[in-house]
Design a protein around this ligand. Structure first.
Ligand code: ATP
Ligand code: MN
Length: 336
């Protein structure tokens, strides 16, 4: 699913912030953000820009310069990050619908392109990027997870189920597949040409992935997170690189394996899954409470050092429900 970075929303709630006269906290779906007092009313339509939005240099966004000016490669703009104001976590930006200059929008519509908003992406190191063999195979879904803040409508129905909880690792997405006799290696968005020094191909050889996938006798893809030296600042202080897996996808049936079946495949192939924190998890009453549970120490913390975990990925056993809960404490410390 393409992420809707900026969309038309209805403001669900506005509440005062203790000891603050000029600002208040707005609720939009499962998101909370600080806004100027009296700028909006509950029920107003507005444009909500999520964190990681990169807004263009335009006069109407100049008020963001002090807090958010960044370059992305050569491109200048304003990057929205998680902030804390007067003790209140604030994520994203609300703009009056007037920024759409009379455009006849539909509620929920993605208006990022119309406003020149793109996603802020840090540059990819060369050894990771590799040489492109082609686009991402059409017979495998790209890895992605929706944020719980965008699932506020579904949240209460999810509370009837038990879930698998894994730690969300901070690395780079990797896909390895075996399909009709052909083994392939892909980064987040591309298939990579085999080479001696590409990190993902090196790992594929080290873990004997081609042989292991072929031995399953199925057309199958494994997807995981590449972590270690040179990747996202290597928070887990690993030497070298490795992949921890989170998905197995049956290419013939076009279905992900269930969580128990996935874990069985990991055992049989002797591969490492992402850390499992709970397999009988019940959701708390609110998204706010779940966000607090996402904060914690990584299972991959090196000895003697508590590493802030990025968050959780939560899935139903049959894997039809899957979402991420990013730790706000992690986001507030993040400095890219
Ligand atoms: P966004 O959607 O927020 O713009 P993004 O699409 O780059 O960002 P991430 O925030 O990195 O995605 O979240 C999804 C990614 O998380 C997956 O593509 C996968 O690579 C990675 N990931 C890390 N740990 C796990 C895990 N335990 N389970 C599933 N995915 C995981
Ligand atoms: Mn995504």
């Amino acid at each position: 699913m393409e992420r809707k970075l900026a969309s038309v929303v209805t403001i669900d709630d506005l509440q005062p912030i203790k000891d603050a006269d000029l600002i208040e906290v707005a609720t939009v779906k499962g998101w909370k953000l600080v806004v100027k007092k009296n700028e909006f009313r509950v029920g107003d339509h507005a444009v909500y820009c999520e964190i990681d939005s990169f807004l263009p240099l335009k006069p109407e966004f100049e008020f963001l310069r002090k807090s958010s000016y960044r370059k992305m490669g050569e491109q200048e703009g304003f990057r929205l990050k998680t902030m804390k104001l007067r003790g209140q976590v604030s994520q994203g930006l609300l703009l009056p619908v007037q920024v759409l200059e009379g455009y006849d929008y539909v509620m929920g519509e993605d208006v990022a392109a119309r406003l020149g908003i793109v996603k802020f992406e840090p540059p990819v190191p060369a050894a990771l990027a590799g040489i492109c063999k082609g686009s991402f195979p059409s017979f495998i879904p790209k890895t992605d997870e929706e944020r719980i803040q965008n699932l506020s409508k579904e949240f209460s129905s999810y509370r009837e189920q038990v879930f698998y909880v894994t730690e969300k690792l901070e690395g780079s997405s990797a896909t390895f597949y075996f399909n009709q006799g052909v083994f392939g290696v892909c980064s987040r968005n591309l298939e990579l040409l085999e080479s001696a020094d590409n990190t993902l191909w090196k790992i594929a050889r080290a873990l004997k992935l081609s042989e292991k996938l072929a031995a399953t006798g199925n057309n199958i893809a494994l997807q995981g997170e590449l972590i270690g030296e040179g990747i996202q600042g290597n928070p887990y202080a690993l030497s070298g690189q490795t992949v921890k897996f989170f998905n197995a996808f049956d290419i013939d049936t076009q279905e992900y394996l269930s969580m128990p079946a996935f874990r069985e495949v990991m055992k049989v192939l002797d591969l490492e899954p992402v850390p499992l924190l709970d397999e009988n998890f019940l959701l708390p009453d609110t998204i706010a409470a779940l966000l607090l549970l996402a904060e914690g120490t990584s299972m991959l913390s090196p000895a003697g050092k508590a590493v802030e975990r990025e968050g959780l990925v939560i899935r139903s056993a049959d894997r039809t429900i899957s979402f991420k809960v990013i730790s706000n404490r992690f986001l507030l410390k993040e400095n890219n």
